[in-house]
Design a protein around this ligand. Structure first.
Ligand code: SF4
Length: 425
């Protein structure tokens, strides 16, 4: 059963009399469990929909509509699938006490992997999940492999029952499922020869594995430092060498680069970022792989849409991770817009200075950085620093921040999106 949370005006759903609180029970006699069932089972022009109205009345509708016309429903979010692992580097262990409950959920959900590109380990799949992945052909999936050696992988995941990843991926690949994979590199555990072997195994798997990224493990002040540490510059350099060696093989044999280092890996290795061409389709940009090159491309391709900013002063709030790389993005942006940009790297006051990603910036730290900045015409904030409800990780709302700062704020994913909305008043 899935509950309806909203009905769009003048939609098919409204015409049928569905409303907030209506329970969607079945389509063509098949019980509905979540948004996946809903999307896949209603992907026909004609279907039978069985619902229970908020008053308890059950109705079956015979629906026929052009495929292009949406039904017009919003659904309650799916209950997140909990993780079966206990990785030493888990972000949840690195959280301080007192944050919103939802932040402490270890999610590992193949549905969100398919829908949003979240990485999943596939260690918590039940037989029914396997059937659904195959039946609905949930492809591509984003999979945290970490190591193909089952012993090393089980150690990293702290899960002695984790299935062997290569046979598991093989059983899906035989049904046409493809994968983007990642290795979170924990020094002394899955770097060096283990990483080399992992990249080789995944590459030799064949084209169903579209690519593999290597991301250095990131910790907070609260992480289990007695069990896991961040890689050194030389360890990151060694990983970059392995990635680039594998990419060179892939390029000559398959015409794609296939293996990628996260931007963070290059930063920690103190090496220049590779050019945009190596990221193929930027498939893992949300994972911080090629993010700077992707931003540069977005700015170049949106130049015409972001006019009207000549002479304006724009502050760019970011986590300290990107501070060193951001000039590579802001320089072309200044050229295109005629505005001047000031980088405002914000130290994470909640998790500690070692947490450098923009997505975890607390609202209070951003507020402090913008305090008294009446000299700015606009402050751009990373879009990933707030959730869908507009809340920062510390629970501050974007609205509250807006009211508390003397400068207009806009959230942005790629600068062009916020600047194309027109110059600040
Ligand atoms: S897979 Fe590991 S890092 Fe991810 S949520 Fe589970 S325990 Fe945490």
């Amino acid at each position: 059963m899935i509950k309806v949370t909203a009905v769009q005006p003048e939609s098919i759903a409204q015409e049928l009399g569905l409303r907030e609180g209506t329970e969607l029970l079945a389509v063509n006699g098949r019980e509905l469990e979540d948004f996946l069932d809903w999307e896949f089972l209603t992907a026909e022009e004609r279907f039978l929909l069985h619902v229970r109205q908020p008053g308890g009345e059950e109705i079956e509708f015979d629906i026929e509509r052009p495929l292009a016309e949406p039904i017009g429903l919003s659904l309650e979010p799916a209950r997140i699938r909990r993780c079966a692992n206990r990785c030493d580097f888990c972000f949840v262990d690195g959280l301080p006490d007192g944050l919103r409950d939802v932040l402490y959920i270890r999610d590992d959900d193949y549905r969100l992997s398919f829908r949003y590109g979240n990485f999943a380990t596939l260690t918590n799949l039940k037989p029914k999940d396997v059937e659904r992945i195959i039946e609905y052909r949930l492809s591509p999936l984003y999979v945290s492999v970490h190591a193909t050696d089952p012993t090393v992988r089980r150690y990293l995941l702290r899960n002695p029952t984790a299935p062997e990843i290569i046979p598991q991926l093989r059983s899906f690949a035989e049904h046409g499922i493809e994968f983007h994979t990642q290795v979170v590199m924990s020094p002394g555990v899955n770097d060096g020869e283990v990483l080399q072997q992992t990249l080789r195994d995944l590459y030799d798997f064949g084209p169903a594995i579209v690519g593999c990224s290597v991301v250095p493990v990131g910790l907070t002040e609260f992480s289990k430092h007695h069990l896991v540490r961040e890689p050194t510059r030389d360890e990151c350099r060694a990983a970059v060498s392995l990635v680039e060696a594998r990419a060179a093989i892939a390029l000559s044999e398959r015409g794609t680069h296939w293996a990628f280092g996260a931007d963070e890996l290059y930063v920690r290795a103190d090496l220049p970022l590779p050019p945009a061409e190596i990221y193929d389709g930027f498939d893992q940009v949300e994972n911080g792989v090629g993010a700077v090159r992707w931003l540069q491309q977005r700015i170049a391709s949106s130049a015409e849409a972001i006019s009207g900013w000549e002479g304006r002063r724009i502050g760019v709030v970011t986590g300290t991770a990107m501070a060193g790389l951001m000039p590579m993005v802001l320089e072309p942006l200044a050229r295109v817009t005629g505005a001047s940009f000031e980088l405002l790297p914000v130290v994470n006051s909640l998790f500690g200075a070692s947490v450098t990603t923009a997505g975890l910036l607390p609202g209070a730290a951003v507020q402090a950085a913008l305090q008294g900045r009446r000299d700015l015409d606009l402050a751009l904030l990373p879009g990933e620093s707030v959730n869908d409800d507009g809340l920062f990780v510390d629970g501050m709302s974007a609205e509250l921040l807006d009211a508390a700062t003397p400068v207009e704020i806009r959230f942005s994913k790629d600068f062009a999106d916020a600047l194309a909305m027109g110059a600040a008043a």
